[in-house]
Design a binder for this molecule. Structure first.
Ligand SMILES: [Zn+2]
Ligand SMILES: [Zn+2]
Length: 380
């Protein structure tokens, strides 16, 4: 339909009436790039109107037949020509637009109706593999093999799904394009053809190895190196070991998600380790050097004279390594002084003698001493 105040198509594209097809094309290219709605999110409405206007002008002026009608009769001539030009947003306008720009914008799914004879490359799906490690394996790192059920490209048919020596015919449903275009308002929406799953081809005889799927289920063994210091929830990415891509697309990635079992007595906070060590009332009072379990062997822990229950000793750098290679955490020993609960008659007598010589003021302790105030560093 010609509108009463429709602008002159040459004016819209800013070209002379004598402009060549190339000049028209180049001018439209500039205008379309400038006004494409996806590039003008702030004033989408105005941009859409301008884009529509210049695309319409281009669709007429780039077509010798339509251009001649327009030159002779103006806008009215086009509307009389039965929807040949004017406001006719058929897929071909966008087809033209696409032929000029290709994938420049990267919105092939939104506009364009798809290009003929082209099957879409599809990246394979990512895979997730859950793996449980012991605390020690996580601490030291481990090299292991994992067996993965996955889909691989079928060798005999190279993923085409057709029996060797037999061909394939163009899909009737989509005319071999692999996609179906739907008009939806201003845009042409393209969908993958359900009959051929986007390949554009129908197989005459199926490949016996993959039963026409083009892909085969297989168990693949993958070498995996788990770095030291990983924790539950750590994701390890193995590039390219996901599922095979379709139509020559790249493989997906494999993500190994780790679950690390808890240690019998070490509690983990990031790269730091904590454990509670009982000491006798005599060791706490007189001081002692004791041997305690560490991450990779025994640690010597010097309990100074007069150590209180609840004291914390830190051995710096003896915790877990950072899997990203950033040093090591610390090892904390939390001292608990054990009060003897069963005494022999002789021990009781000694305690009573001791008690007679000790005096303690039984007043409440002051608040506010935090965990870290109690930490004492050990270097060794
Ligand atoms: Zn099809
Ligand atoms: Zn096959």
């Amino acid at each position: 339909m010609a509108k009463a105040n429709q602008r002159d198509f040459y004016e819209v594209l800013g070209v002379a009436k004598t402009a060549t097809v190339d000049e028209i094309k180049s001018s439209y290219r500039k205008a379309a790039l400038k006004w494409h709605p996806d590039r003008n999110p702030e004033n989408k409405h105005e941009a859409e109107a301008k884009f529509r206007e210049c695309t319409e002008a281009y669709s007429v002026l780039s077509d010798p037949e339509k251009r001649q009608i327009y030159d002779t009769y103006g806008h009215a001539g086009l509307s009389q020509a039965g929807g040949m030009g004017g406001v006719d947003f058929s897929g071909t306008i966008f087809q033209d637009f696409h032929d000029i720009f290709g994938d420049f914008f990267g919105f092939e799914d939104v506009i364009g109706g798809g290009r003929r004879g082209r099957t879409r490359q599809q990246r394979g799906a990512d895979l997730r593999y859950d793996m449980t490690l012991t605390f020690e394996e996580a601490a030291s790192g481990v090299s292991t093999k994992i067996k993965l059920p996955k889909q691989e490209l079928c060798g005999p048919c190279h993923g085409t799904g057709a029996k060797t020596g037999t061909g394939a015919t163009a899909c009737q449903n989509c005319g071999g394009r692999g996609q179906l275009a739907y008009q939806q308002g201003f845009f042409t929406i393209t969908r993958t053809c359900p009959a051929c799953q986007g390949s554009g081809q129908i197989i005459k005889e199926r490949c016996p190895d993959c039963r026409g799927q083009g892909r085969i289920h297989r168990e693949k063994t993958i070498d995996l190196r788990v770095p030291a210091g990983v924790d539950s929830g750590t994701r390890l990415r193995v590039p390219g070991e996901g599922e095979a891509g379709a139509n020559g697309g790249p493989n997906g990635d494999l993500y190994v998600v780790l679950d690390v079992k808890e240690h019998t007595f070490f509690e983990r906070r990031g790269a730091d380790l904590y454990c509670t060590i009982p000491v006798s009332i005599v060791q706490a009072t007189l001081g002692a050097e004791i041997s305690v379990p560490g991450l990779t062997g025994e640690e010597r822990l010097k309990i100074p004279e007069g150590t209180q229950s609840g004291a914390v000793f830190r051995i710096k750098g003896h915790g877990l390594p950072d899997p990203r290679g950033g040093g090591k955490g610390d090892l904390y020993y939390h001292v608990r002084v054990l009060t003897p609960s069963k005494l022999t008659r002789e021990q009781r007598k000694l305690m009573e003698q001791l008690g007679a010589t000790l005096s303690v003021e039984n007043k409440p302790a002051e608040r506010g001493s935090s965990f870290f105030d109690k930490v004492k560093d050990i270097f060794g």
